[in-house]
Ligand binder design. Structure first.
Ligand SMILES: [Zn+2]
Length: 308
């Protein structure tokens, strides 16, 4: 089985930043990335936007970035003199549950254990209440483990991102049959930052303007501006993902816009992505490998305790 090559970053989390502060930090960082050199004036003006509506309006004055271009020129989006990656905590599960995070690319939190290798036996010993992993890893676990026994497992978190497998209805059925627990999809950015997530109503993914500004092209393609990824400061990234936006109140009572029927655009093959960079999470790992002593090591067949 192919083991995904993810990266995680050491260090403690810091308190969440105010949305306006994230926005200004993002634009300041982008201002020193080569790609945005011709747009420094627009970035400075955009930094003055103080409401979500103003921020959305300001984005319109900045270029859209095609996914292929980003794959091929990722270094042009890395700010000069970058110090540390964003180290905010992105909880995989609210509350105090025992969480096993398998091969993710972000910090896991104090009650979670990170497994770099999707080893069904080691996971079984840990007896997680929640398993969070990329969709393909969950499918690999489903194929390898006997999860119908008296395990305390009560939920799965399916991590999806730009350029990674999505949870289709038939895959959801497969996981349900294998694990017998509900599955919650989380749409995450390249650094593991939360972009949108499924609630208990399982009817679309709730976005939140604190984490990302999501636009929709006339074609239905989503463009994402993550406010938390200062490693690759890319604004208005065309994702090759399609969704409907639903502004109506959800069954859970929340009114945040939901991404409905998230799916890859037809013919959205990653043909031009360089080998090894087929997912943008892998891209983050590859970029980290050349910059950070905490970068991804080759996958190892052992459990790995979080450093905090
Ligand atoms: Zn909801």
């Amino acid at each position: 089985m192919r083991i995904p090559f993810w990266s995680r970053f050491a260090g403690r989390s810091r308190p969440a930043l105010h949305t306006g502060e994230r926005w200004r930090n993002l634009l300041r960082a982008a201002g020193s990335a080569p790609f945005y050199a011709p747009h420094t004036k627009a970035l400075r003006e955009a930094a003055r936007a103080s409401t979500e509506e103003d921020r959305r309006q300001a984005l319109l004055g900045l270029p859209e970035v095609e996914l292929d271009y980003f794959f091929q020129h990722s270094r042009h989006f890395m700010p000069a003199g970058q110090t540390a990656p964003t180290r905010e905590l992105h909880p995989l599960w609210p509350g105090e549950s025992r969480v096993a995070a398998v091969s993710p690319w972000f910090q896991t939190g104090p009650r979670a254990r990170l497994f770099l290798h999707p080893d069904a036996a080691a996971l079984s010993r840990f007896a997680p209440e929640v398993i969070a992993a990329p969709v393909d890893t969950l499918l690999a676990l489903a194929a390898r483990g006997d999860w119908s026994a008296d395990s305390p497992l009560f939920a799965l978190v399916a991590l999806t991102g730009i350029g990674t497998p999505l949870l289709t209805p038939s895959l959801r059925d497969s996981l349900w049959q294998a694990f017998g627990v509900p599955i919650y999809v989380q749409f995450r950015g390249f650094q593991g930052e939360w972009l949108a997530g499924e609630c208990e109503a399982h009817h679309g993914l709730h976005g939140h303007a604190d984490g990302a500004l999501i636009e929709r092209r006339a074609s239905g393609e989503l463009m994402v501006t993550s406010l938390s990824n200062l490693r690759h400061t890319v604004l208005r990234l065309a994702t090759r993902l399609h969704a409907w936006l639903d502004m109506r109140e959800c069954g859970c009572g929340r009114t945040a816009t939901r991404l409905m029927h998230l799916q890859h655009l037809p013919n959205a093959a990653m043909a031009s992505a360089p080998t090894g960079l087929a997912s943008l999470s892998a891209l983050a790992a590859a970029a980290g490998a050349s910059r950070s002593p905490h970068a991804a090591a080759p996958p190892v067949a052992r459990e790995h305790e979080p450093s905090y």
